[in-house]
Write a new protein. Sequence first.
Length: 498
Amino acid sequence: MSTRELVDFDEVVEKFDPAMGLEIHVELNTNTKMFCGCPTAFGAEPNTQVCPTCLGLPGAMPVVNGKAVESAIRIGLALNCEIAEWCRFARKNYFYPDMPKNFQTSQYDEPIAFDGYLDVDVEGETFRIGIERAHMEEDTGKSTHVGGSDGRIHGADYSLVDYNRAGIPLIEIVTKPILGTGDKAPLVAKAYVAAIRDLIVALGVSDARMDQGSIRADVNLSLAPKGSDVLGTRSETKNVNSLRSVERAVRYEMSRHAGILLSGGSVLQETRHFHENDGTTSSGREKSDAEDYRYFPEPDLVPVAPSREWVEQLRATLPENPAKKRARLQQEWGFSDLEMRDTVGAGALDLVEQTVAAGAAPQAARKWWLTELARRANDAGVELAELSVTPAQVAEVQALVDAKTINDKLARQVFDGLLAGEGTPEEIVAARGLAVVSDDGALSAAVDKAIAENPDVADKIRDGKVAAAGALIGSVMKEMRGQADAARVRELILEKLA
């Protein structure tokens, strides 16, 4: 196969039309595995959450997890899919060390959900992504390659297999060919995966942690000459585990394919690995077609036939679409596009919403979660929602600020107390003596001291330069450990000097 250097992205979109297909695997958060009663907790000691069924031992019989079926139906409904009245499982036959049965129990020609769509917005343009299917299957085990430089099997001294993950319920969401995206293809792919992740989290069927592998994306890409009706040969980049990496994988594969095609070569249908360190991909193995897997109906499982009544009951449990919810909240709160983007990006949208519901103003709620509390979460190395401060407590702190019981600086000390478990915000203010001092006697004495210690500043104020009062206010606040009523201090300074 002849190749040339990677082609500049602008040249790629000038000469070729990209076609994408995205496959997203979602690990469901059921308590037990897809076909057995083994627990599914993440991070357990290797090979401690296994049994004869998920290890594929002779004579072990699978039983379908009803909660997983329910989650699959809800995902399908949220993706505007048709829900099958009757569907069944199939055996997908292939050998791989982390597949103990030498076949994967999946769905083939009869998925539980099919023919749906999801709209995503990219730079003011809406793209409708067609959903071919969303089907149920089981996850594989996990191989760890030891001794190599990059964690891959090539160059490793030996490999270890952990079967804890084998059998965990998966939903695979497969798109129809995504066409007409042009130079926005990488951004559309990223936006689609982000929208799926948000939807899954809103449904509550998975934690959708890409860093832990509970949601993974496979990126299929091909190029065709500009204006051609025939799709090109595709490559599939496997297990891309971040939104940024999805975008980079699409961009790199577009440039790589173009380099091959412009030099007269042919693209190989294959799976590829994505490398986080430099954004490149490398060859894995030739891609198998469906017939190579020798699918046949699973003989040990009965078909799944959800009643229409049950489907409609589950439809009634669907949450508000995340994209529509963000648009509604942004309008209600009066946030700019940038403010809303940062709120969502920080993982603070639900926290801000709950804080507003508890009585805080939207901008105040956003301020605390995205500044003071985000800094503390970062320092502790935890997610924002994992902090031991609740939205209701943040609203209580802001209520104390609004009532002028404390100011923003003192509020930071209240958060210290909340994180230390010292009680309610009011109890912490009382115990730490944080209340703002508004007593004129104490404030007047502190103002007189500040004036005496800063005669030059006092003379400027007497000469009409009122802005210089800020320096004296700062001195008073320092003297009173930040507990002075700044507005009243300013009034006293001007009364004495203006």
